[in-house]
Design a protein around this ligand. Structure first.
Ligand SMILES: Nc1ncnc2c1ncn2[C@@H]1O[C@H](COP(=O)(O)OP(=O)(O)O)[C@@H](O)[C@H]1O
Ligand SMILES: [Mg+2]
Length: 259
């Protein structure tokens, strides 16, 4: 069924994907049969998974498996182009929305390169995130949770360390009304001690009940944080289960994660 096609618009009841309509309550987040292309390159090849509210899902797989592409497809980035499938978040049909509407409906993607705005201070970066609604955390609340950012409020953000920039990228997502946080390699390029600091912040995010997808090459760290795991290989889901199952299954880890 191609829901992107106009013929299906309005066919499904709001908030109930056809899969779910067959029985059971709709999941808080549901990606169903996603297919996405970069030009002619067919990369995301029928990816489906659900996430419960407040759950953390580790999206894992080798380099080039399609993790970033899947996150970008969910956030409705223009690249890769989603050609088929459904994305539902809190009863909203995200697959029908352009990127900015997906963001307004609570999808916040923290990209690998962090996208800190050059020439702006830390505080200005945060203010920019709140230039249009709906808002999430106040800047005051952000500074309570990220004292390092409070100390550096007036500093030009790109002059901060990698770890501090990662904190800002995360804080900027929280400044929006986030319902699904998408983290692409939040630990990448950071020293172990900084990774631990970001990990503590993410444990905090977890305790606050923010539904999250974390993509990480450091699979063990991601699995310790996550409740569930989905493993991708060549653009397809090859495993969907609990994080503990992956930690316990050496063969699975060796085959798909090389750990
Ligand atoms: N902008 C792009 N144009 C064409 N192909 C791309 C682009 N970005 C990624 N790819 C290809 O898509 C595949 C999946 O990439 P990606 O989603 O970045 O994998 P991962 O994040 O799991 O390492 C790779 O084969 C990669 O070469
Ligand atoms: Mg990637």
């Amino acid at each position: 069924m191609t829901i992107i096609d106009d013929q299906f618009k309005g066919v499904t009841a709001p908030g109930i994907s056809p899969v779910r309509a067959k029985g059971g309550a709709p999941a808080y987040f549901s990606a169903w049969d996603l297919h996405a292309y970069y030009g002619e390159s067919y990369i995301v090849q029928g990816v489906s998974f659900d996430i419960r509210e407040g759950e953390i899902l580790a999206l894992l797989g080798r380099n080039g498996a399609g993790k970033t592409s899947t996150l970008r497809a969910i956030a409705r980035a223009s690249d890769p182009q989603l050609t088929h499938g459904e994305i539902w978040l809190d009863h909203q049909p995200i697959h029908e929305m352009p990127n900015y509407l997906a963001a307004q409906n609570g999808i916040q993607l923290v990209q690998e390169d962090r996208r800190i705005i050059q020439g702006l201070t830390v505080e200005e970066n945060l203010q920019l995130a709140q230039i249009s609604g709906p808002h999430g955390w106040s800047i005051e609340r952000i500074y309570d949770h990220f004292p390092r950012l409070a100390e550096r409020a007036k500093q030009e953000a790109v002059t901060m360390s990698g770890g501090e920039q990662q904190m800002l990228a995360l804080a900027r997502a929280l400044a929006r009304d986030v319902k699904l946080l998408l983290l692409d390699e939040p630990y990448e390029g950071l020293a172990p001690v900084i990774v631990q600091e970001i990990e503590r912040i993410l444990v905090n995010v977890k305790e606050l009940g923010i539904t999250t997808i974390i993509v990480e090459q450091n699979a063990v760290a991601a699995l310790h944080l996550a409740d569930r795991a989905v493993i991708l290989d060549m653009g397809e889901v090859v495993f969907d289960g609990t994080a503990q199952e992956v930690l316990d299954n050496e063969e699975l880890r060796q085959t798909y994660l090389a750990i």
